[in-house]
Design a protein around this ligand. Structure first.
Ligand code: ATP
Length: 593
C-alpha cells in the first residue's frame, strides 16, 4: 500500500485541511496508511501548525547501529554526489543519530524543522512523517509533501525504512532519505530499502565478529574456573553447566539485571543476594574490554559457605507464573511474564513462534490469571470466511468478552487482513471505557508470512515464544504434566526414557510432545512406568547426545544461515564468521540435512 504513488498534491492538501477541521473529504484523496497515521497524530493531540520535538544533546554514536551504518552512509553520500538528498539514520525510537547532506539549502531547511541529530522524529512527537510512521508501522513508508501532519514539513518528501537486526529480527533503527517535495520520485524508497539492507548486512558481519569474541572469552573463562560462568549480549545468553544447575530462572534474571547495571556503571565486582537467598559475588568483564560494551562475561562465586547453593537446589520450586502452564526455564519464564504483564497493562500483543510452541496456551493462561468472571473467545483465521471481520467485531463488542485470541493471522489473505484491521479499529473506538484484551498468534516458519505492517500498529508488543528445544529442560516438567492430564496420574516416565525425550529436537514443539504422550497412553501403556521401548520409533532412534542451550542456538543459526544462502555451505559459513571446515563438521555433528 505504501508503494502506491501519492494522489495529487492539491487534493491531499485539501483533504488534510478538511481532516484538521473535522470536515468530510473523499476517502480516495489520502492513502490509507497516511490517513491512519493522521488519526493517530490527532489522538495524540499533536499540533499541526508547528513542530515541537524532544532533544538530547549528545546522541550515543558509540553503539552497534551507528558504528555499522556509518561506512554505508558515507558511501551513499559519495554516490549521491551533491544532489539535494539528505541521508538520515535514527534509533528505533526515532532519535536522529546522523544526518549527511551535501546540499546547503536543504541542510538549512532541515535545521529549521529540527530534522537534525539529537531530535526525535518519532510519530508520537512529529506526527505523520517518513521516519516515525515507518517505525510505527514496522515497514517502509514514504510520505510526500502535504501528507505530513505538521505543515512545516510540507515542502519535503521522506522515504523511511526500519532496520531490523539480522539476528534477533527486532527493529533497531531506521534509515530515511529526505529531499524537496518537487524532486521526489518512487526511486527514493527503493534506495532507502537498499541502504537498509546494506546496514543490516554490516550489522550482521560486525555482530558475528562481536559474538565470536564473546564466545572465545566465555570459553576461556570457563576453562580457567570451576565457578558459574555466564556471558550475555543483546540477544544472547550463554551459561555453563554449573550456572545452569545452581541458578533457577529468577536467580538468572537477577544476575543479569545486576550485570547490566554493573556494565552501565563500569563496576567490575558486586556482592548480591539472589531471590533464592543465596549470596554471590559477581565479577563482570565487558567485551570488548574498555568500550561502552553491552556484552560481558560474568563469573558468579557463592559467598558464605558452599552450602547455600546446595540448599537452594533442594528448596521448593518457584510457583509457576500462570495457571495451567508449566516450565521454569529462564526463556520460558521470561516469556510467560511478558504475556502476563501485557495483559495486566491492557496492551494488545502478538504472540509469535513456531507451530505448537504454546502461544495459545500462554494467552489462555494470562486470561485465566487475570479475569475470573468474564469470557475468553478464540477465533481461528484458518479458512476465514467472508464474515470473519464481522465475527471479530461481534466478539469485541460483546460486554461479556474480556479477551479475544485470533489464531494463525499469517493465514489471512490481504483482503481479510484489511477487513480485520477495520474491525479492530472500530471496536476499539466503541469500547473505550472498558477495552477488551486482544492477542494474535502468528505461527512462524511456514512459507506464507504476510506483511502485517499496518496491523502491528494496533499491537505495540510482540512476544517471541521460544521453541521447545530452546527451553528443553522444561520437558522434565511437561512430561509428568501431560501424563497426569492424559492418564489421571497412573503413569510415570523412567529416567532412560526421559533422557531420550530430552535429546529430541521437537520440531513440532510442545504440541508434538503432548501428541507423543497421548499416543503412548492410547496405544502402549495406561499405567506403570514408560520405558524406552514405549517411545515411538522416531524418538528411540537418535543416538545423539542432548544439546546444551548454546548448542541448540548454534545449530539453529547454522540452519538459518544455510536457508538464507540457498544451502551453499561456504556462503553460510562466511555469513556466520566460521571456517568452511568448522561448518562441515558442525553440520555433521548436529545431523543437519
Ligand atoms: N508450557 C506449557 N505448559 C502446559 N501445556 C502447554 C505448554 N505449552 C504448550 N502447552 C500445550 O501444548 C499444546 C500446544 O500449544 P498451543 O496450542 O498453545 O500452541 P500454539 O503455539 O498456539 O500452536 P499453533 O502455532 O499450531 O497455533 C496445547 O495442548 C497446550 O495446552
Amino acid at each position: 500500500m505504501d508503494e502506491v504513488e501519492p494522489v495529487s498534491g492539491r487534493r491531499t492538501a485539501q483533504a488534510r485541511l478538511s481532516f484538521l477541521t473535522f470536515d468530510a473529504f473523499p476517502v480516495g484523496d489520502v492513502r490509507r496508511p497516511v490517513l491512519a497515521s493522521w488519526v493517530r497524530s490527532r489522538r495524540r493531540n499533536l499540533p499541526a501548525d508547528r513542530i515541537d520535538l524532544p532533544y538530547v544533546a549528545d546522541p550515543d554514536l558509540d553503539q552497534p547501529l551507528a558504528r555499522s551504518a556509518t561506512p554505508v552512509l558515507r558511501r551513499l553520500r559519495e554516490h549521491l554526489d551533491g544532489q539535494p538528498i539528505s541521508v538520515i539514520l535514527t534509533e528505533r525510537n526515532g532519535l536522529v543519530l546522523r544526518r549527511l547532506t551535501a546540499d546547503t539549502q536543504l541542510s538549512r531547511h532541515l535545521d529549521q524543522v529540527h530534522l537534525a541529530p539529537g531530535f526525535s522524529y518519532s510519530e508520537q512527537f512529529a506526527g505523520t512523517n517518513g521516519i516515525g510512521t515507518a517505525l510505527e508501522r514496522g515497514g517502509p513508508m514514504h510520505v510526500f509533501g502535504h501528507e505530513h501532519y505538521a505543515e512545516d514539513l510540507e515542502d519535503l518528501a521522506c522515504a523511511g525504512v526500519p532496520i531490523k537486526h539480522p539476528v534477533s529480527g527486532k527493529i533497531v533503527g531506521a534509515i530515511d532519505l529526505t529531499c524537496w517535495r518537487k524532486d521526489a520520485g518512487s526511486l527514493l524508497i527503493t534506495l532507502a530499502k537498499t541502504t537498509a539492507d546494506q546496514i543490516r548486512a554490516a550489522l550482521m558481519s560486525d555482530s558475528s565478529a562481536r559474538e565470536l569474541e564473546l564466545l572465545q572469552e566465555y570459553l576461556q573463562a570457563g576453562r580457567r574456573s570451576s565457578d558459574m560462568v555466564l556471558a550475555f549480549a543483546d540477544d544472547l545468553l550463554l551459561m555453563n553447566a554449573t550456572a545452569k544447575q545452581n541458578l533457577d530462572g529468577s536467580d538468572q534474571a537477577a544476575v543479569l539485571a545486576h550485570a547490566t547495571e554493573m556494565l552501565a556503571e563500569a563496576r567490575a565486582v558486586a556482592l548480591v543476594e539472589l531471590p533464592s537467598g543465596s549470596r554471590v559475588r559477581i565479577s563482570c568483564r565487558p567485551v570488548p574490554e574498555g568500550a561502552r560494551a553491552t556484552a560481558a562475561v560474568l563469573q558468579v562465586t557463592p559467598q558464605a559457605s558452599g552450602l547455600d547453593l546446595a540448599v537452594s537446589a533442594h528448596r521448593p520450586p518457584p510457583r509457576p507464573d500462570l495457571p495451567g502452564i508449566v516450565g521454569r526455564s529462564g526463556p520460558w519464564l521470561a516469556c510467560s511474564r511478558e504475556v502476563d504483564n501485557a495483559y495486566r497493562s491492557g496492551n494488545w500483543i502478538v504472540l509469535s513462534g513456531e507451530a505448537g510452541s504454546g502461544k495459545l496456551a500462554l494467552a489462555r493462561a494470562a486470561h485465566r490469571q487475570n479475569s475470573r468472571t468474564r469470557s475468553l473467545r478464540v477465533l481461528d483465521a484458518t479458512d476465514a470466511a467472508d464474515d470473519f471481520a464481522d465475527d471479530v467485531e461481534a466478539e469485541l463488542t460483546d460486554d461479556i468478552v474480556r479477551s479475544l485470541v485470533i489464531r494463525h493471522v499469517e493465514r489471512l489473505g490481504q483482503i481479510r487482513l484489511d477487513e480485520l484491521i477495520g474491525a479492530l479499529y472500530s471496536s476499539r473506538e466503541r469500547r473505550l471505557s472498558d477495552p477488551p484484551w486482544v492477542a494474535l498468534t502468528l505461527t512462524t516458519g511456514g512459507s506464507n508470512q504476510p506483511d502485517l505492517g499496518e496491523l502491528l500498529t494496533l499491537f505495540p508488543l510482540t512476544v517471541d515464544v521460544p521453541p521447545l528445544r530452546h527451553h528443553i529442560d522444561d520437558v522434565r516438567e511437561l512430561v509428568p504434566f501431560f501424563l497426569s492430564q492424559l492418564s489421571h496420574g497412573d503413569l510415570s516416565c523412567s529416567p532412560e526414557a526421559m533422557q531420550q525425550l530430552l535429546r529430541s529436537a521437537w520440531p513440532g514443539n510442545t504440541a508434538e510432545l503432548r501428541q507423543v504422550m497421548k499416543q503412548i497412553v492410547q496405544h502402549r501403556r495406561r499405567t506403570g512406568v514408560i520405558v524406552l521401548a514405549d517411545l515411538p520409533a522416531d524418538h528411540q532412534a537418535t543416538s545423539r547426545r542432548s544439546l546444551s542451550q548454546l548448542e541448540a542456538l548454534e545449530r539453529d543459526a547454522i540452519i538459518r544461515s544455510l536457508l538464507d544462502n540457498n544451502g551453499n555451505r561456504s556462503d553460510a559459513a562466511r555469513a556466520l564468521g566460521m571456517s568452511r571446515a568448522t561448518i562441515y563438521r558442525k553440520i555433521h555433528d548436529y545431523g543437519i540435512r
